[in-house]
Design a protein around this ligand. Structure first.
Ligand code: NDP
Length: 309
């Protein structure tokens, strides 16, 4: 075991973690970030980000994260490009493992974000990576001049449906209700797009194919009627769940597994452990709000370290 005790260990490298790292590094706290194997978080699978302040013409998600990481590095953040396998927050210094390597830290900032949810169909698993995807940005280009379906009615589904029109011949949005929950501007764009067709009150019940997806079976939630549709790709955009399984039993979470933070702060149920970004926010879930709470976590952490060391 390395005997060094880190000041601040940051787990997760999305906008929240990287912003915390920028603030902690500029406060001379020499943060160590365990950035994971999939560096950069959810923005790495997003195309145009039009609502991040400072980019009047928009910015590509991966570019934004590359720039933010560079900024954190510039002030001295150190990075470990692996996943955390286990933590022990029962006593200080806190312990964090990456495989069998143990790290110790006086304070920890958790910013592990959230991941895509799937419908839970057996056939969805069978065809994952063979026509089924939860990331249009990553896989949309494989479906040039093909027919694709996207499941969901939130902003992600709208954004991905619009993105897919750049490649696909036709995009079918499948939604279980008769109304989208996405923001009006996105809904208007989707409804107006000539390549997009919307199937309301419809559930995807099965994905069929051989080595690749060939068709889908959908069911009308009102009539119960089922129909088969030829389809080359299926994109699932039905939300996300927090990446908190390694923290189970170590820290307080809500029923959905989001880490509980104390009112107007990033303090968690464990003194010295802070949480920022989507891992503790199921309401706003924006890059800018994640970055904002990352900043708060670094400041909370810095003050806590001053008082507790
Ligand atoms: P949301 O939770 O907003 O939407 C999930 C959608 O999936 C809903 O329409 C929901 O249906 C549907 N759904 C959930 N479970 C199932 C299921 N089992 N079967 C069928 N459909 C299902 O998630 P998003 O990922 O779209 O967005 C998350 C947050 O991120 C939101 O706050 C959103 O505004 C924000 N966001 C903002 C963007 C931007 O501003 N550029 C881009 C992307 C996301 P129902 O409506 O019936 O519940």
């Amino acid at each position: 075991m390395d005997k060094t005790i880190e000041n601040i260990l940051i787990i997760g490298s999305g906008p929240a973690g990287l912003t915390a790292a920028i603030y902690a590094a500029r406060a001379n706290l020499n943060p160590l970030m365990i950035e994971g194997e999939e560096v950069g978080g959810q923005l790495m699978t997003t195309t145009d980000v039009e609502n991040y302040p400072g980019f009047p013409d928009g910015v590509m998600g991966p570019d934004l994260m590359t720039l933010t990481r560079k900024q954190a590095e510039r002030f001295g953040t150190r990075f470990v490009s692996s996943n955390v396998s286990k933590v022990d927050f029962s006593s200080r210094p806190f312990k964090v493992w990456v495989s069998d390597k143990e790290y110790q830290a006086n304070a920890v900032i958790i910013s592990t974000g959230a991941s895509a949810t799937y419908l839970g169909l057996e056939s969805e698993k069978t065809f994952l990576g063979k026509g089924v995807s939860a990331c249009a940005t990553c896989d949309g280009a494989f479906f040039r001049n093909m027919n694709v379906a996207i499941v969901g009615g939130g902003d992600t589904a709208m954004e991905e449906a619009l993105f897919l029109t750049r490649f696909a011949k036709k995009v079918m949005v499948i939604h279980r209700r008769d109304e989208f929950r996405a923001s009006k501007i996105m809904v208007d764009r989707v409804k107006a797009h000539e390549k997009i067709e919307i199937l309301w009150n419809t559930q995807l019940v099965e994905i069929l194919g051989d080595t690749l997806v060939k068709s889908i079976k959908v069911k009308n939630t009102q009539s119960g009627e089922e129909q088969g549709l030829p389809m080359d790709g299926v994109f699932i955009a039905i939300g996300h769940r927090p990446n908190t399984s390694i923290f189970k039993g170590q820290i307080e979470m809500n029923d959905q597994g989001y880490i509980e933070t104390k009112s107007k702060s990033t303090y968690t149920s464990v003194d010295g452990v802070f949480a920022a970004g989507d891992v503790q926010d199921h309401v706003y879930r924006q890059a800018i709000s994640a970055a904002g709470t990352g900043c708060m976590a670094a400041i909370d952490c810095e003050r806590w370290l001053t008082e507790n060391s």
